[in-house]
Design a protein. Structure first.
Length: 257
């Protein structure tokens, strides 16, 4: 059902089964996939692609122009996958030419009220942004990460898979996979044990991740020496440990410790 007060550009593509509420605005070059529900007073900006069975609640702003001083009105896009939930007053911005032109969001993510995703971010699957969580531009977030309420992540940071960032945390460096981070400037406080157990990580995997954490972050070794020690240890054969090591190796901003 499309409410008669909704304003939909003739060049927007709306698949079957889409619901659009009162006074919502759908601009040109927008695609909305089958079964998606758009609440009242939502604005979907030009160049936005929304997948199937998403829910976008009232007063959300999806695909608006980026908040970047370098942006000069170029055609860029916001690509959203399937089964995402976007709550009230969420803002999701499209990309910039200097950042590849695309903000990309995967499947099954949950954006709670007032959370913000800036230009050129890349968000995986099953990620949660709690109320008021804010991402600056060019941020990469891997699958299953959780960003706590009123937290802020600096531009170009990377957040690893299954990481948990507590509320009121300022993230200025990369957060490794599987870790729990907190503080006005994020520090690591061990593994995200609750999240890992909820996702059925085996006791053996948790054991080797704990060992890797102690060597890298609590042994007193330099990062280079700690990584070398783990690569020489049999725990480096565990896929999760390998992912942790590769994440640290590709970090450009540096790793929170």
């Amino acid at each position: 059902m499309i409410h008669p007060t909704a304003i939909i550009d003739s060049k927007a593509e709306i698949e079957e089964g889409v619901e659009i509420g009162p006074y919502s605005v759908i601009e040109k070059a927008v695609f909305i996939g089958r079964g998606t529900k758009i609440g009242p007073h939502v604005v979907i900006g030009e160049g936005t692609h929304i997948g199937k069975r998403c829910q976008i609640f009232q007063f959300a702003s999806v695909g608006e122009a980026p908040q970047a001083f370098s942006y000069r009105g170029e055609k860029t896009s916001l690509l959203i996958g399937d089964e995402n939930i976007v709550r009230e007053f969420v803002t999701l911005h499209r990309g910039t030419p200097h950042g590849g032109g695309k903000t990309m969001i995967g499947n099954g993510n949950y954006f709670m009220a007032y959370s913000h995703v800036a230009h050129d971010c890349q968000i995986g699957n099953q990620v949660i942004l709690a109320n008021g969580a804010t991402l600056a531009g060019h941020i990469l977030i891997e699958d299953y990460a959780i960003i706590g309420g009123l937290s802020a992540v600096h531009q170009f940071c990377q957040i690893g898979t299954h990481a948990f960032i507590s509320g009121l945390t300022g993230v200025t460096l990369d957060i490794p996979p599987y870790m729990l981070a907190s503080g006005s400037r994020a520090k690591l406080f061990g593994l995200n044990m609750v999240g890992l157990k909820r996702h059925h990580f085996s006791e053996e995997t948790l054991k080797v991740l704990k060992k890797a954490y102690r060597i890298i972050f609590r042994s007193g070794l330099t990062l280079e020496k700690a990584m070398k020690r783990i690569w020489e240890d049999e725990i480096s054969q565990t896929p999760e440990v390998q992912h942790l090591l590769h994440f640290i190796q590709r970090s450009k901003r540096g790793i929170s410790r």
